[in-house]
Design a protein around this ligand. Sequence first.
Ligand SMILES: Nc1ncnc2c1ncn2[C@@H]1O[C@H](COP(=O)(O)OP(=O)(O)O)[C@@H](O)[C@H]1O
Ligand SMILES: [Mg+2]
Length: 417
Amino acid sequence: MSQLKPVSLAARDLLVDLAKAEHLQLISNAMTALLQERPEVWLPNPVPLDRVEKVVVPLDRVGTEQGFSGSRVFVAYFADRDCEVDPSSPFILKIGRFDKLTEEYGNAAAWPKVGDDHRFAKPFFIHATRASDHDGTAAAVMAAPFSSGKMFQYPSNWNFEHRDLWQMLKRTDEGSAALVRYLHSTYNVLRRVHCAGRTHYVRSGLNFAEEYKWYIRELDAAFRMIPVALFGSAAKTEAFGREWPNPLLLVDRILKLRTFTGAFGAVHGDLHPRNVVVDTDSLSYVIDFGWASANGHVVRDFALMDINVRAMALSAHLERSSVEEIARYLHPNDRQASSTDPRVTACQDVIRDGIWAKVNEWQVVQNWEVEYLIPLFLIGFGLLKYLETARNQSALQLTILALAERLEGSVQSLERS
Ligand SMILES: Nc1ncnc2c1ncn2[C@@H]1O[C@H](COP(=O)(O)OP(=O)(O)O)[C@@H](O)[C@H]1O
Ligand SMILES: [Mg+2]
């Protein structure tokens, strides 16, 4: 194995744009350490060191984009230069800030283990650079199993095909059946974590500000500018040709509420369509444990997916009336007889059959408005930060407005109780 000098890298450089050579050196060092410390990554027998080839493939080469967290992701594996031994299984290498990645690694490790633990692509190795030791700005490289499509090609390499729910959602004109199947497969395995192996959800007194602060972070500071620019600061706001209650004021009121009772357990916290990848074996795998926590309102894992399906992934090329049909679809009974646009039907089917069916089947919530729609509203509101990346910006805004209108009464009764 070629000897490479450890590089000194501050994590802030990662956010700018790392020169390719530096990337590769950092990865090469981490892969050396990985093979030494965890030889089981290449079983049965790794080859002599001078024959080890480290193969590193950037994510865009396997057909997907980088995430939003500022980390960089590669697919990698070990191969035999002489092609006598099969390559190792491929794994994901995530390079990012030392403090962020160690937190993600710790969150994943603290997550309850379930029978189908392989369905969660938890990181299994982390390697810190020597740079600025432990001061929080050093870089690290983390490894997790590669969980999307892969195909072995003789003599000794892998071919990858990356697929996730996001890509499938962008093609809802192909219908909703496959998406619904993958969502069921995801929630079935997630439920065991939510319930910590019990048959039912544990309920407990919770507080919206505490449970949802991460999603609406910086509402006191930088982020407040966005909703103020969109909705103003008055009690009512004008949008899409009519008047609505101002969502910003409703968020402020919800954050002051005392407690509500909700399902409580281990929660992934960032379960959106790019964080569910699918393999060629038709199973879904959950990735990215940056926000995972051992305790929380488990509705987060349903509401974040819901708002992403209806707002972030929805096609931009829809009539306003179609967007409104989706934005106002807030309960299984809200379904209108038939929609003229099949993409509306597909989107509503995914939400109803893929997400709500599970919420109802397992009785995750007892009070729909309070336990499901308020979280949907808070998370959707927090996504305004990413409004520019929503494929259909009107869908995100209209859903938030429709929720504000619908929830005013419930919030008022909660304030009185
Ligand atoms: N275990 C994995 N298997 C397959 N693809 C993965 C895996 N981990 C990450 N990826 C790909 O890399 C992207 C970014 O990784 P992720 O851990 O979600 O980082 P971020 O925190 O930036 O969202 C994912 O959206 C996915 O496309
Ligand atoms: Mg991610």
